[in-house]
Ligand binder design. Sequence first.
Ligand SMILES: Nc1ncnc2c1ncn2[C@@H]1O[C@H](COP(=O)(O)OP(=O)(O)OP(=O)(O)O)[C@@H](O)[C@H]1O
Ligand SMILES: [Mg+2]
Length: 400
Amino acid sequence: MVMSTSIRDTESVSMSALSVFLFVPDNERRHAIAKALSGTQAHIGGELAAYPRIDDLAQISGADYDVIVVDLDPDPEAALDVVENVCAANAAVTVMIYAAHASSEMLVRCMRAGAREFLSEPLQPGAVAEALVRASVRREEVGRTKKTAGKLFVFAGAKGGCGVTTLATNFALSLAKEAGKVLLVDLDLHLGDAALSLGVASKFSAADALENTSRLDLDFLSAMLAKHQAGLSVLAGADAVSNVHPTKDAVGRLLQVAREGFDYVVVDAGAKPADLSETLFEAATAVYLVTQLGIPDLRNANRLIARYFSGPGARKLEVVLNRFQARSAEIDDAAITKALTQPAKWKVPNDFPAARKAQNSGVPIAMEPSPIARVMREMAWAASGQTGKPERKKKFGLFG
Ligand SMILES: Nc1ncnc2c1ncn2[C@@H]1O[C@H](COP(=O)(O)OP(=O)(O)OP(=O)(O)O)[C@@H](O)[C@H]1O
Ligand SMILES: [Mg+2]
């Protein structure tokens, strides 16, 4: 008996290995199922020779198993408990019941608890293979619907020229190398130069996207993107001085579409996003407020923090002190913390040689070892949810 829908054409299904966990208390039966799985696209990621305790179960449900096989025969009620708990904790997993003798009433209860497949004894290799194909299909379908919006990281400056573009572009590059699909959006609509600083050329710009929001979907957006060789996609700023004054809805739509298609969207918001600030900051996963150590910068930073980050937005703020030089700082840490209402989360060293080399060569800072590249990599590492610090590459690494 099969508790799920018909088999799809196996060719169309991604057959990457399925990870299987076995709850089969009896040794002989466990070996039988392991044997039936060998030579299929599945591998056994774990097994227990007993029905699990509740805390073992939580751990197993939290792990990324695609299939869980539960032996019904030794203790059907205990097995049913396992099925119920596993299915409640993880809707993506396919639970397969393994049994030699099972009443139809018990099978219906298993199905109601969430089991999808029934493997009867003696095991038929064909039936096991078919059940695995259906589990693959399911994994793909659930994966597609489960896809959540990408994270949005907004870089804004306390003052013109404080380094927003340098940091946003190199952060985005580091993220693309470390973590996944990344899109950099240049929303410095007046004089954006993010694409230029990455050395990529683009026919289209954010202005084009914002002026065509009625047609804007992922296909339309993708056609407007340039690509850096390190894998970073870029929606450039306008080539000419742009006169676009987008509505909040237009910006919201652009970000929504971008986040549908990318794991991470990084925005260069420049130093004067003015009426866009609210929309951008509200939508952001994190806002990197870039400032230097001058009185005017700190004063602006203070005003921006008071306006946008003193309420619920406070938790998403990360202050970045750019061009930091510890020894020559005329303003001490206590004064900086007071102005910023919190210690700076990141300090990016002043590294004129690296900045000048990047400008002259067209090779972005994050592509070569340097103190700035190292901080960018640490920021990207943290933003992508990885704990600790990235390993320092020893000799031939791309970063310092
Ligand atoms: N940490 C740093 N060390 C040395 N130079 C830096 C650093 N960060 C940025 N720069 C340099 O400062 C200048 C301004 O940087 P950038 O263009 O990134 O600032 P911005 O805030 O985007 O400016 P704008 O307001 O014009 O958009 C550039 O020449 C850049 O190379
Ligand atoms: Mg800039």
